[in-house]
Design a protein around this ligand. Sequence first.
Ligand code: MN
Length: 248
Amino acid sequence: MSTQAKPRPVIGIPCSSYPDSWFTPANGNAVSYLRVVEAVGGIPALIHQTRDAEVLAAHYARCDALLLAGGEDVGPAHYGAAPHPRLGPTNPLQDENEIALVRRALADAKPVLAICRGVQLLNVALGGSLIQDLPSERPDGLNHSRSTDQRDMSFLAHPVALAEDSWLAERLGARELLVNSLHHQAIERLAAGLRVVGRAPDGVIEAVEGTGPGFVLGVQCHPEELWERADPRWAGVFAAFVALAAKA
Ligand code: MN
C-alpha cells in the first residue's frame, strides 16, 4: 500500500468575463472562491471561456469537482423564454461552456457546488427555468438584493428554512439560518434530478441538492463571503465538498 499523501483535489471554477473596457477582455473570478477552496485543502483551477471543445474537455478532465460561481444572468433562450425587460447582461459563451461542464460532471458523478448564478445555471442545464427578475415578477416577495443595497457581500439579509433530512442541514447543524442575498433571479420550475432543500420566507428557492449518484449542492446565497466571519459553519460545507472531491 502506498504511504504517499493523496494529492489535493482540483476544483474547477469556470470564469466570468470582464469585457467592459477599451482593452482586451479578461477572464477570471472573484478571489473569495479561490481563497476558500485553498483554505479547505483544494487546488482552485480557473477554467477560461473557450469555443474549442477539446480545450474545454482537457480542463474538465483535470478537475475532481466543479464550483459554479456567481455572475451574470443565464440566457433565457436556454429555458425557452423570451428576454424579460429587466434581464441583466448575459454571456452566451460562458452559458454554453458551463452547461456542457455541469452536464458532464453529473454524468460522471463528479461533485458539483453551485453558487448564486451557479445554482440557476445548474437548474437550467438540467431542464428547469428561472424567474428572470424577482422585483417585477414577485413584487410581494422579500428584497433579495439587500446585501447588494448595503454594499456588503456578507450582510445577512434573510432567513432560509432547510429541509430536516437534507445534507446541508446536517452539515450546518441547523434547520434555519440567515444568509446574504445578492440576486434578482431565482429558480422557477425545478429541473428533474434536483430537490428543493431550502426556501426563503417568501417561498423563493434558496438551496437544492441532487437526487442522483454524485454530490450536487446549489445555494442562492454567497457562502464564499460568509465562511470567514459572518457564519463560519459554511467553512465546514466547503471542507466537506473538497473532501468529497478528493474521494471522487
Ligand atoms: Mn435570497
